[in-house]
Write a protein that binds this ligand. Structure first.
Ligand SMILES: *Cc1c(COP(=O)(O)O)cnc(C)c1O
Length: 374
């Protein structure tokens, strides 16, 4: 089965990890900070705070943004549920704003209509690897004094009008799960320009303690204080070393992902029934996913037949408000009609750097043929 995404680990990655295993620090050592600096620098942003997953990064950023009980957080329904769940962790209410049907990115106008006196933040999702319209979103956030949080788990290395993700919102979240662009096994990071918020997030990932063990070790002190209720969201040095090594290859991988997307687009350019999502002219696409729209009534059948042909197609995503948890909380179908309708017709095709042109030809040919027969 060709998966829809997978990691690439080479000998250099393995050597870097082995070196850490032989060192004194398996966790909370020097490599965590080095990984944070490397990602922040890559993203042209001041501070990175590395944590144990993208989900932990969302929780940490929402906490730092002061989101709490009674607050509302506006976000996209077309995302992994972790984006909205982070609001629930803090007793806040996710409010879903519908998406643009051509890109599945949050529609800034609809997001603005959802603002109430309770709204605290807008959380964007750079779906599939393409950035949202940050000029519009920043303007809305500044007018209404809201925090802008970007779930950029799909979009490390993407650009909006020349600026990289990481520098486009008050807080930006990345995940380093193996299906994402660079991996650490599990892992995540928050980027921000605000040094005080970075410090706050470093405390939150470490039980709310005011200085980490490495710092205490250097200072020769046993003193520490739990200042607020935090979690253990720490990332290890083992993971950080893998992340640093993977980051060296990110630019090359982004180019390869774009080449694959171009090939797919060529294959489907003459098709009447296969429509890739639109690629905005304002930025550089990171292509975490390659998503096509096909006739909705045929999707179930095509999905099964593609899987039978060893192609690991997938669907990203079931609109979050339709999940049982959210239905139990009172969310109902019809809240986001565009998302709900487009969801019926989307299909994610495999895309990752080592996929190869032959596989792209095979996947495209199989999809076209199956749709003709269906
Ligand atoms: C992967 C992902 C997450 C969660 O990241 P984990 O590292 O798996 O916790 C959150 N949001 C989006 C959009 C994602 O793709």
């Amino acid at each position: 089965m060709i998966p829809y995404g997978r990691q690439i680990i080479d000998e250099t990655d393995i050597q870097e990890v082995v070196e850490v295993l032989r060192s004194d620090w398996l966790t909370t050592g020097p490599l965590v900070g080095r990984f944070e600096k490397a990602v922040a620098e890559y993203c042209e942003t001041s501070f990175g705070v590395a944590v144990s997953s993208g989900t932990a990064a969302l929780h940490t950023a929402f906490y730092a943004a002061g989101i709490g009980p009674g607050d509302e957080v506006i976000t996209s329904p077309i995302t992994f549920p972790a984006t909205a769940n982070a609001a629930l962790y803090l007793g806040a209410k996710p409010v879903f704003a519908d998406v643009n049907p051509d890109t599945l990115l949050i529609d800034p106008e609809i997001a603005e209509q959802k603002i109430t006196p309770e709204t605290k933040a807008i959380v964007t999702v750079d779906y599939a690897g393409q950035t949202c319209d940050y000029d519009a979103l920043r303007y809305i956030c500044s007018r209404h004094e809201l925090t802008l949080i970007a779930d950029s788990c799909h979009a490390i290395g993407a650009r909006y009008k020349g600026r990289k993700t990481g520098s486009l919102a008050d807080y930006t979240i990345f995940s380093f799960h193996p299906v994402k662009h660079i991996c650490t096994g599990e892992g995540g990071m928050i980027l921000t320009e605000d040094p005080d918020q970075a410090e706050k997030m470093r405390r939150f990932r470490n039980h709310g303690i005011n200085s980490d063990v490495h710092q205490r070790h250097k200072e020769g002190s046993w003193l520490y204080g739990v200042e607020e209720l935090g979690f253990n969201y720490r990332i290890t040095d083992i993971q950080s070393s893998l992340g640093i090594s993977q980051l060296q290859k990110l630019d090359k991988w982004l180019e390869e992902r774009n080449s694959i997307a171009t090939l797919y687009r060529e294959h489907f350019s003459t098709s009447e029934v296969i429509h890739p999502l639109a690629d905005h002219e304002y930025g550089f696409h990171a292509y975490h996913l390659f998503v096509v729209r096909i006739p909705g009534e045929k999707r179930q059948k095509i999905f099964r037949k593609m899987r039978a042909a060893e192609v690991g197609v997938n669907v990203h995503y079931i609109p979050v408000h339709l999940h049982p948890l959210y239905r139990d909380l009172g969310y109902i179908p019809g809240l986001c009609p565009v998302a709900e309708q487009v969801y019926e017709s989307i299909l994610s095709l495999p895309i990752f750097p080592s996929l190869g042109e032959q596989n792209v030809d095979y996947i495209s040919g199989t999809l076209k043929q199956l749709l003709e027969e269906a």
